[in-house]
Write a protein that binds this ligand. Sequence first.
Ligand code: ADP
Ligand code: MG
Length: 295
Amino acid sequence: ATPTALMVGTGRGAQLGVLIKGPEVLENTRKADTVVLDKTGTVTTGRMTLLAVRTTGATDEAEALRLAGALENASEHPVARAVAAGAADKVGDLAVPEDFANVPGLGVRGVVEGRTVLVGREKLLAQASVALPAPLAAARDAAEAAGRTAVLVAWDGEARAVLEVADAVKETSAEAVRRLRALGLTPVLLTGDNQAVARAVAAEVGIDAGHVIAEVMPEDKVDVVKRLQAEGRTVAMVGDGVNDAAALAQADLGLAMGTGTDAAIEAGDLTLVRGDLRAAADAIRLSRRTLATIR
Ligand code: ADP
Ligand code: MG
């Protein structure tokens, strides 16, 4: 290989908004046949908003927002940002939790105003033996069927509210998926979010329902990549979160969103500076062309 051609390739990459860690990365862009796309922050903007609050009969909506908002205000998760911002909008200043723990992939738990509060998925509540009453389960199912993320709120051992949060698909994502397909790659959507939301996003950007892998715990994303590799696939992975770092490192080609976390950027082989998924297709096309020039 001629070092000059490789340098031209990486220089052109910078113009396209793609930073390549080293010329050795290029070889894997040629072999990749599968592209795993993280959902939140990669295919979607990751800027979620609180759209609705559903409570059980006796529950005061403002109280649910006060407690959930205070707890989520201590978390950096996109869902947490939406809940805290939406709550602050409606109820004003949020309290500082007396105790707080982040439960990756499930939610948060802590103590606010002397109450033990849980905010997140049903599994988080189940771990604390908190049951989900039928009306709240129905509200959760309706929210998810509409493509929204349902955030459950419980305190003092009782589930009391469902917060509906949603995130928009980036305008460029559908075109990016088309371009990745045109390069011969099979797109797969990977997320910790629920099946219904994942399928709605997949449909919107043109990923087959059979290639949606949802409700994956953060530490299991890397196993999904390993499984695809064990099937003989060469895997490119695009992600943005701390949760994606191990999977990005495991992938044959890791592409990190420049708008994402430092952990993801460090784990990736390539950085898409503007956070535009189309740059993933540009990077792969460009690298292949650069290799063709060298040979
Ligand atoms: P993704 O893979 O989509 O980037 P995560 O693995 O971080 O998402 O989280 C998976 C799911 O867990 C979220 O979609 C959400 O339902 C729930 N969750 C995680 N963190 C929180 C939180 N702080 N508050 C509420 N729900 C949360
Ligand atoms: Mg993400």
